[in-house]
Design a protein around this ligand. Structure first.
Ligand code: AMP
Length: 424
């Protein structure tokens, strides 16, 4: 499939795609769109930033445009991702569309949502909690909703959300079309997903559970109390927008404050902020009104901010899969990006789980386990020779350590590919 014309899409949709400058389908779109248009259930996986949103949004909008009746529901794990999807849906529907939409997320006023729901929307995008609220109040009807999308499927089907989903599905027709997409699909989730689909077509573009290849990765072995200093160094060395992932909400606020005191433009995004503040932070970041976004894992999945050039894993994620998603906030749509992970002595278990996910082979061979280190003059095998907590940095060695990888591939990436080759 060379361009979108071959799909036989409605003129309105074709016009929207041209306006959005989508001329050629990405591989996941080329495979998913025709199958979805034929009415199949789909379980799709492709790496971060490769166009999964349009892979479900295009057939969804086409179905709405070509059928006068019926509605569609898109469920996402976070409000920010929901908003991004809603924006894309509006772009695809076009500015003059008569198809009404409703954006149903927590933290926003019920009044606005009730107005949208009274207008009989044919497209509902939202997060499970608030969708359930409306279903229980009888302000949202899904009996005519035959098209369902679960974006970030593995997150949606994990323990935290399944109860909510089960409740939502009870309000929907049993006979419906279901599309599921993610960059990571643990085997238990893949199995569980079968329960909610009927003879799904499995589409996997590239490898599942891998960090996108166009991301240059570095790993820094560092003690917890040295991380902030190291972050400052990294921010000075790097140019462009940065997203820093941190474990706690309080920590995110405090770090944003400290960075501002240290002369950087920074703000924090986390689940304790009021929704209007969350919106404001995202808007300002998208518009490049500040450079460093400090975020908890609510920003790990799906967010498409093309100018993010660097990801910093200040703390490692609780869930190994989120490592891949965090990395995917950079290097989107074929761009290049870079990422650095701070790994402290306390992170052993989490780091092991991440490696096990990315490359089981390398975990079985610790001798190959080389990290870039901040504390010595060159890379060192950190498992055999852990970095010394009180050793001072050698400033002239620093550049060589992390940026000496002129080939564009870090030790980590090299190790990863080595492992994959062996596995193949
Ligand atoms: P996604 O993975 O859906 O978040 O998409 C990643 C980026 O690719 C977004 O900035 C999209 O706007 C862009 N994109 C998706 N599909 C296409 C396409 N067919 N042509 C050009 N850009 C695209």
């Amino acid at each position: 499939m060379k361009n979108f014309e071959g799909f036989g899409l409605s003129p309105t949709l074709a016009k929207s795609l041209a306006y959005m400058k989508y001329t050629t389908p990405t591989p996941i779109q080329a495979q998913a769109i025709p199958l979805a248009l034929e009415g199949h259930d789909i379980m799709g996986s492709a790496q971060t930033g490769t166009g999964k949103t349009a892979a479900f949004a295009i057939p969804l909008v086409e179905k709405l445009l070509s059928n006068p009746r019926g509605s569609a529901l898109v469920l996402t794990p976070t409000r920010e991702l929901g908003k991004q999807i809603m924006d894309i849906m509006h772009q695809l529907l076009g500015p003059k569309s008569s198809i009404k939409t409703a954006f149903i997320i927590g933290g926003e006023s019920m009044g606005k949502q009730l107005t949208q729901l009274r207008a009989r929307p044919r497209l509902i995008v939202g997060t499970p909690g608030r969708i359930n609220d409306h279903l229980e109040r009888g302000t949202l009807m899904l009996h005519d909703t035959h098209f369902l999308v679960l974006d970030e499927t593995d997150r949606m089907l994990d323990m935290g959300f399944t109860v909510q989903l089960e409740r939502i599905f009870k309000y929907m027709p049993e006979k419906r079309q279901t599309l599921m997409f993610s960059a990571t699909l643990p085997s238990n989730i893949l199995k569980l997903s079968q329960k909610y689909m009927s003879e799904p077509k499995r589409i996997a573009v590239g490898e599942t559970n891998v960090v996108a290849k166009n991301i240059k990765q570095d790993v820094i072995r560092i003690e917890q109390d040295q991380k902030y200093k190291e972050l400052i160094v990294q921010l000075h060395e790097r140019q462009g927008s940065v997203i820093v992932f941190i474990k706690t909400k309080y920590g995110a606020d405090r770090m944003a404050n400290n960075l501002r005191k240290d002369g950087f433009t920074a703000d924090a995004l986390h689940g304790d902020l009021r929704q209007h503040k969350r919106d404001k932070v995202m808007k300002n970041f998208r518009e490049q009104n500040f450079r460093v976004l400090i975020a908890t894992d609510i920003a790990a999945r799906g967010l498409d901010v093309p100018h993010i050039e660097h990801v910093v894993n200040y703390d490692l994620p609780q869930v190994a899969e989120d490592f891949i998603h965090r990395m995917g906030r950079t290097a989107r749509a074929g761009a290049e990006g870079s990422a650095v992970s701070f790994v402290s002595g306390q992170d052993g278990r989490k780091w092991h789980a991440i490696q096990l996910l990315l490359n089981p082979d390398s975990v079985r061979k610790p001798a190959n386990d080389k990290f870039v280190t901040r504390r010595g003059a060159s890379s060192s095998s950190s498992r055999k020779k852990p970095s010394r907590p009180h050793e001072t940095r050698k400033p002239d060695a620093r550049k060589k350590d992390v940026h000496g990888e002129k080939s564009g591939k870090s030790n980590f990436v090299k190790r990863f590919h080595r492992g994959k080759k062996k596995a193949a």
